[in-house]
Design a protein around this ligand. Structure first.
Ligand code: NAI
Length: 261
């Protein structure tokens, strides 16, 4: 438990499912008041609010598209109107799709860039603006990916977006460090969430992914959420401008694990 998180107000984007949902649950358990942005009604965002409230926590939902400026502004206004502050902002929403690059349409390119990169920029901008205006020494956390480091053929729009989030985060961290606003990334490896449901339902493909993970298994969203709780807390008060890689060693060249090469 991070006791300094009690009563802190947090917005998490794309938080009705997967990693975002786990972060929302974890931060609510830490005592945060949680604003859950969801994208699609069928993701049943009410269920997570119910779960959090039944456990004695505080949570509210707001629909919206992170790539739309007005929606992101509305998230911050909603947090202010509902809970009176904004201390932590988690840019989690993201999309990916597999396409050989010679066939990658401008529509697919724009959907991924607008959601993953522009959406993260808008979240950082609006959160920082609020924190500066209210003199809050807040924490901004972006869920990037190991693909802010590892190139990814057939997913070049995704890799470009996450690579962009890396330098976005580093530049903003420098800019806002004097104001006490910390900006960091979490780069998950392969985590068992809806984004991978199709891939992991094929045992061969799942085995192929497991081979890329030195620790030997696909991660759980809660293992990412515990890192988000750390970065949000005062225990990370001297951490800014960095990426916390949560990947079971995937970025450490697992091909060399057997000592060959
Ligand atoms: P997920 O598909 O469960 O979560 C993505 C969420 O983003 C969904 O709730 C979706 O509705 C929401 N979303 C999509 N477009 C949106 C938009 N325009 N506005 C608002 N919300 C939108 O998948 P997961 O894995 O939980 O993904 C969360 C983040 O973690 C993403 O940024 C993803 O790129 C990143 N990530 C996931 C990894 C994994 O293996 N699961 C690995 C590395 C990074």
């Amino acid at each position: 438990m991070y006791t300094d998180l009690t009563g802190k107000v947090v917005i998490i984007t794309g938080a009705a499912t997967g990693i975002g949902k786990a972060i929302a649950t974890r931060l609510a358990n830490e005592g945060c008041k949680v604003v859950i942005n969801y994208f699609k009604k069928e993701e049943n965002p009410e269920a997570i609010v119910k779960e959090i409230e039944q456990a004695g926590g505080h949570a509210s939902i707001i629909q919206g598209d992170v790539s739309k400026e007005e929606d992101v502004k509305a998230f911050v206004q909603f947090a202010h109107d509902t809970y009176g502050s904004l201390d932590i902002y988690v840019n989690n929403a993201g999309v990916e799709n597999e396409v050989p690059s010679e066939n990658l349409s401008i529509e697919d390119w724009q959907t991924v860039i607008n959601t993953n990169l522009t959406g993260t920029f808008l979240g950082c901008r609006e959160a920082a603006k609020y924190m500066l205006d209210h003199n809050i020494k807040g924490s901004i956390i972006n869920i990037s990916s190991v693909h802010e480091i590892i190139p990814w053929p057939h997913f070049v729009h995704y890799a470009a977006s996450k690579g962009g989030v890396k330098l976005l985060m580093e530049s903003l961290a420098l800019e806002f460090a004097p104001d006490g606003i910390r900006v960091n990334n979490i780069a998950p490896g392969a985590i068992d969430t809806p984004i991978n449901a199709e891939k992991f339902s094929d045992p061969e493909k799942k085995k192929g992914v497991e081979k890329l993970i030195p620790i030997g298994y696909i991660g759980e969203p809660e293992q990412v959420a515990s890192c988000a709780a750390f970065l949000a807390s005062e225990q990370a008060s001297y951490v800014t401008g960095t990426t916390l890689v949560v990947d079971g060693g995937m970025t450490k060249y697992p091909g060399f694990q057997a000592g060959k090469g």
